[in-house]
Design a binder for this molecule. Structure first.
Ligand SMILES: N[C@@H](CCC(=O)N[C@@H](CS)C(=O)NCC(=O)O)C(=O)O
Length: 229
């Protein structure tokens, strides 16, 4: 019997969406609890690390989105994280995580400027606007294409199917799709991502086809109403 699962996160895709996708692909019923940003400050101190997502499994609350994703993949599915494909899957996960890492500074300079030694108001200043534009434009033009080529190589190695050498999508695809969607749709915290055009993946048509293929999977079809995929 499947365990009783509640996944608690904000009403955005973000860090919980790979696990939500894994649960959906595995056909597991779960409670998809969505917090409002307004409710979060009151709840934050009661969470183990001051963060979400939280996953409550048969009444026990766990943290860390990657742990949740691997738990669902290995314990609740035959195909999302099969042991005999562990290396292929983890290699693909690593390639996706490098892409995520490359984007973080350009993203957070606009949302959390204090983490980079700037004032909270920095994004609204002339200098801030210039720096953010330069960082994001450089990422789109010079950094993203290299990573998209790496992801295309992974797909080509697997007959243009999935990121790891498997017949069915894996946890690597759950992560890849969520990230790729995140740069091609409006950002939940504040409209379109300035300087990142929604068509920024079109330099790599195999990636575009891949996203469409994933989003057309029966359990995923119709899930997304925003964004280009
Ligand atoms: N390592 C954690 C990171 C989770 C995380 O960064 N959560 C953010 C949202 S994506 C959060 O809770 N932010 C609210 C806060 O820190 O107050 C995981 O992967 O689960």
């Amino acid at each position: 019997m499947s365990p009783s699962i509640k996944l608690t996160y904000f009403d955005i895709e973000g860090a919980a969406e790979p696990t939500r996708l894994a649960l959906v692909l595995a056909g597991i019923d779960f409670e998809d609890e969505r917090l409002s940003f307004a409710d979060w400050p009151a709840m934050k101190p009661s969470t183990p690390y001051g963060q979400v997502p939280l996953m409550t499994i048969d009444g026990k609350t766990r943290t860390q989105s990657n742990a949740m994703l691997r738990y669902v993949g290995s314990e609740l599915s035959e195909t999302l994280y099969p042991k005999n494909k562990l290396f292929d899957i983890e290699e693909a996960v690593g390639v996706v995580e490098e892409l995520e890492k490359s984007w973080m500074p350009s993203m957070y300079i606009g949302f959390k400027p204090a983490n980079f030694g700037y004032s909270e108001d920095f994004p609204n200043t002339d200098e801030g606007k210039k720096v953010i534009a330069a960082m994001r434009t450089t990422w789109v033009q010079n950094v993203l294409p290299t990573h998209l080529t790496y992801l295309t190589d992974l797909l080509e190695r697997n007959d243009n199917k999935w990121m790891a050498s498997t017949e069915a999508p894996t946890i690597a695809d759950c992560k890849a799709v969520v990230f790729l969607r995140s740069v091609t749709k409006d950002h939940p915290l504040g409209g379109p991502i300035d300087h990142v055009p929604a068509n920024c993946l079109e330099t790599h048509p195999k990636i575009v086809e891949y996203l469409k293929r994933f989003c057309a999977l029966e359990p995923v079809k119709g899930r997304y109403t925003n964004g280009v995929f």
